[in-house]
Ligand binder design. Structure first.
Ligand code: NDP
Length: 273
């Protein structure tokens, strides 16, 4: 379906760079941002999925293949964005989770730990750093990162991932302290269980059966008895990208259907519906 302009566009004429836009929450955000008038620079490793998503959006989209664990590739993607659209006012550092797991702390090598950090923390830092001069030139901007509820509560076999995601919270707070005088805001989206292709290798094809199994598995992750949808996260990303959130910075906003709000013992033992 072709992308249509929203009745009250919230990002008219702005350019948003979205890391991890070839699937899931990033792809849904790219589509929603474009509906709201933004040019979108879409970054991911899978050329085919990236191109297909960009084709759906049309001329407002620029797909750029890059593995953001490698700083030079992320820098080249920013250069391509500026060449095409001339500036940037939204950067959404959303890629995850990396292919090196799941592993316990005892079994994880230093190289595997570094790989998680390269994707979930260092790339977020670099994405912020590269964005700042362009946002300053534009008179302000919005930096958004995606972390995880794994950043606020321990998970088994995910220490590298959790540590990287938790670091993104600290980066957003530091950015709020350092960049508010430039009218640059920085916030983090903290998702619970969302129905995406999260955890599948980049080149794997996701079947309808796999999506159904995932939905079923995520049903008991929240008191709402369902996982979230990418489009629900995209709504939050749009809010944070736009002036609707003009007085919000340095915040980590949980979107998890109540997963972290309830006592799981009570939830698990509640009377049947
Ligand atoms: P998806 O797997 O659907 O999307 C992840 C995106 O990140 C893809 O576009 C993928 O593209 C991209 N990506 C992964 N590695 C790299 C890399 N090295 N360089 C560039 N792009 C990369 O997952 P989600 O939409 O679920 O994930 C979005 C964010 O939400 C992630 O940060 C994830 O950690 C977080 N999250 C997800 C949860 C969930 O339940 N789904 C829960 C909590 C947090 P490609 O394969 O083309 O490289």
């Amino acid at each position: 379906m072709p992308i249509t302009q929203a009745a009250e566009p919230k990002l008219d004429g702005k350019t948003a760079l979205i890391v991890g836009a070839s699937a899931g929450m990033g792809m849904a955000s790219a589509k929603l941002f474009a509906e709201h008038g933004a040019n979108v620079v879409m970054i991911g490793r899978n050329q085919q999925r990236l191109q297909a998503a960009a084709d759906e959006i049309g001329e407002q989209a620029l797909p750029v293949v890059a593995d953001v664990r490698f700083p030079d590739q992320l820098e080249a993607a920013f250069d391509a964005a500026i060449d095409r659209f001339g500036g940037l006012s939204v950067v959404f550092n959303n890629a995850g989770p990396g292919d090196a797991g799941p592993l316990s702390i005892q079994d994880m090598s230093v190289e595997q730990f570094d790989d998680y950090i390269a994707l979930n923390l260092r790339a977020v830092f670099l994405g912020m750093k590269l964005a700042i001069p362009h946002m300053e030139r534009a008179g302000g901007g919005s930096l958004i990162a995606t972390s995880s509820v794994a950043a606020i509560a321990g998970v088994t076999n995910g220490a590298g991932y959790s540590a990287g995601k938790a670091g993104a919270h600290a980066l957003a707070r530091s950015a709020a302290a350092e960049l508010s005088h430039l009218n640059i805001r920085a916030n983090v989206i903290v998702p619970g269980a969302i129905v995406t292709r999260f955890g599948l290798p980049s080149d794997a094809v996701q079947t309808e059966e796999e999506v159904s199994r995932r939905r079923e598995r995520q049903r008991t992750s929240s008191p709402m008895l369902r996982g979230g949808e990418s489009e629900e996260v995209a709504n939050l990303a749009l809010f944070l990208a736009s002036d609707d959130s003009s007085y919000i910075t340095g915040q980590c906003i949980v979107i998890d259907g109540g997963m972290t709000a309830v006592n799981h013992w009570i939830f698990a033992n509640r009377p049947p519906d």
